[in-house]
Design a protein around this ligand. Structure first.
Ligand code: G6P
Ligand code: MN
Length: 451
């Protein structure tokens, strides 16, 4: 089995490779092709993976090759992971900065920042999807690229149900909740639905019993895990659900915008500087075995410990829990998804797929985030209860914005881009939307046509 990783020089690649090293079953991935536009990042990553393979002692570690030629990378692939970052972390920092300067949320995937990132990424994702359809028509595409729901929907225009989007945040939430209730994650049925980074846990069944009401009644238990602390027990009881952590940007918008504005650096700027150091260190020609992997481990620990730090500060929750820092979301979903498809091993996973009527308020093509049964035929969303009206409101208005982003990315029209920003629930004026388009057109060479 051949796996191609687009964005193969990316920081999370060792998580995936580490998971592959632990897979010894028949039909496992035997060959990984890393594709990246940046040879220096590819070189550094190849070193980290070589260190990982050596440290694992696995005799038949998946072979790794690297290329900067997209068609060469795609040819013969069984699975394609797409995990690219158009504009790099410098672009992410600009997405955040321009929005915050207008007093609205600047964040990787949510609000104005997410729209700017989407506008830049959709044309590239569409081109990749066309190339996959031509060069590797049998391949399954697993999309990690953010904003993951929107980008998966763009790629599905070309690839249909052969592209599946993934995110680790619902998995992390499910794992925290299961643990809290004394169950193993695989024993719990998580009733979760929405859009990517915009979903709610509405039930949690263990041995056939919904344990969520018991949890909602228990303040101490609620405030013992990340999302419980962020939102607070009282608000969770009012909602009767546990929202994805990204809903903190909606429910506490003014507070998070304030915390982000006052922060010394935006997340993107922090990561830009941090990662520059890592790639320089890991890419050095002369270094002892294991040094690149050690640099990666250190960098990862710091990155995870500071994730959503401003939100926790705004909510007054203190440090992250040790259990939130352990990995096992991102790479485990990816591997479980690949296994289920390749070996027809049935699995239930929360994924980003086309709606097909699951949420009746959205059309069939809309990509949603929902539990799916996965087998050799792909991911099949399961029927879920309808969303309550407040959630319908958010989901439909954010999906409407995503559709405007898809239209604006295709047309290149300034008016379409303004419409996308202006309709977002976290952008509070059409005048602000116009200035955002100006600001992003000036900040990003790829959006200069919007001036
Ligand atoms: C979570 C989200 C991803 C997002 C990442 C950002 O894992 O599910 O979609 O990319 O956080 O983390 P970062 O360390 O880049 O801020
Ligand atoms: Mn995500």
């Amino acid at each position: 089995m051949r796996l191609t990783i687009l964005g193969g020089g990316g920081f999370r690649v060792p998580l995936v490779y580490g998971a592959l090293l632990g897979d010894h079953a028949e039909g496992r991935v035997s060959h990984v092709t890393l594709y990246d536009e940046d040879p220096a990042r590819l070189g550094a990553m190849a070193r980290v993976l070589a260190d990982q393979a050596a440290a694992s002692g696995v005799p038949d570690a998946p072979a790794v090759t690297a290329t900067a030629d997209l068609d060469e990378a795609l040819r013969g692939a069984d699975f394609v992971f797409s995990a690219i970052r158009v504009g790099g972390l410098e672009g992410r920092a600009a997405d955040e900065r321009v929005a915050l300067a207008e007093g609205v949320l600047g964040q990787e995937t949510v609000g104005a920042g997410g729209i700017a990132y989407g506008l830049r990424t959709v044309p590239v994702a569409r081109e990749i999807a066309r190339r996959v359809a031509r060069t590797a028509p049998e391949a399954w595409v697993i999309n990690f690229t953010n904003p993951a729901g929107l980008v998966t929907e763009a790629m599905a225009e070309e690839l249909g149900d052969r592209v599946i989007g993934i995110c680790d945040s619902p998995v992390g939430l499910g794992r925290r909740l299961a643990r809290l209730l004394g169950a193993r994650p695989e024993e719990a049925w998580i009733d979760y639905v929405g859009l990517n980074h915009l979903g709610w846990v509405r039930g949690l069944r263990i041995a056939g019993r919904d344990e969520l009401p018991r949890l909602l009644a228990d303040t101490a238990a609620l405030e013992s895990f990340e999302e419980g602390r962020l939102f607070g027990a009282e608000w969770l009881r009012s909602l009767g659900a546990i929202p994805n952590e990204y809903l903190h940007y909606y429910y506490f918008n003014r507070d998070t915008v304030r915390a982000y504005t006052q922060a010394e650096q935006t997340r993107g700027a922090f990561l830009r500087d941090q990662q520059r150091g890592f790639y320089a260190e890991a890419g050095r020609a002369e270094q002892p075995p294991g040094a690149a992997l050690a640099a990666w481990d250190r960098t990862r620990a710091e990155r995870e410990a500071t994730y959503m730090a401003e939100n926790r500060e705004a909510a007054g929750t203190g440090e992250r829990d040790a259990s939130d820092l352990e990995s096992g979301g991102y790479e485990k979903v990816a591997l479980a998804l690949m296994r289920a498809i390749a070996r027809d091993e049935r699995a239930t996973l929360i994924l980003n797929v086309r709606n097909r009527g699951v949420l009746s308020v959205l059309d069939a093509r809309a990509v949603i985030e929902v539990p799916c049964l996965v087998d050799a035929n792909g991911a099949h969303p399961v029927a879920v209860d309808p969303l309550p009206l407040h959630a319908v409101g958010l989901v439909t208005s954010v999906k409407a914005v995503e559709r405007e982003v898809l239209a604006a990315a295709a047309s290149g029209s300034r008016a379409d881009a303004v419409k996308a920003f202006a309709l977002h629930p976290l952008v509070d004026s059409v005048a602000v939307a116009r200035r955002l388009v100006e600001g992003y057109a000036a900040a990003h060479p790829g959006l200069a046509h919007l001036r």
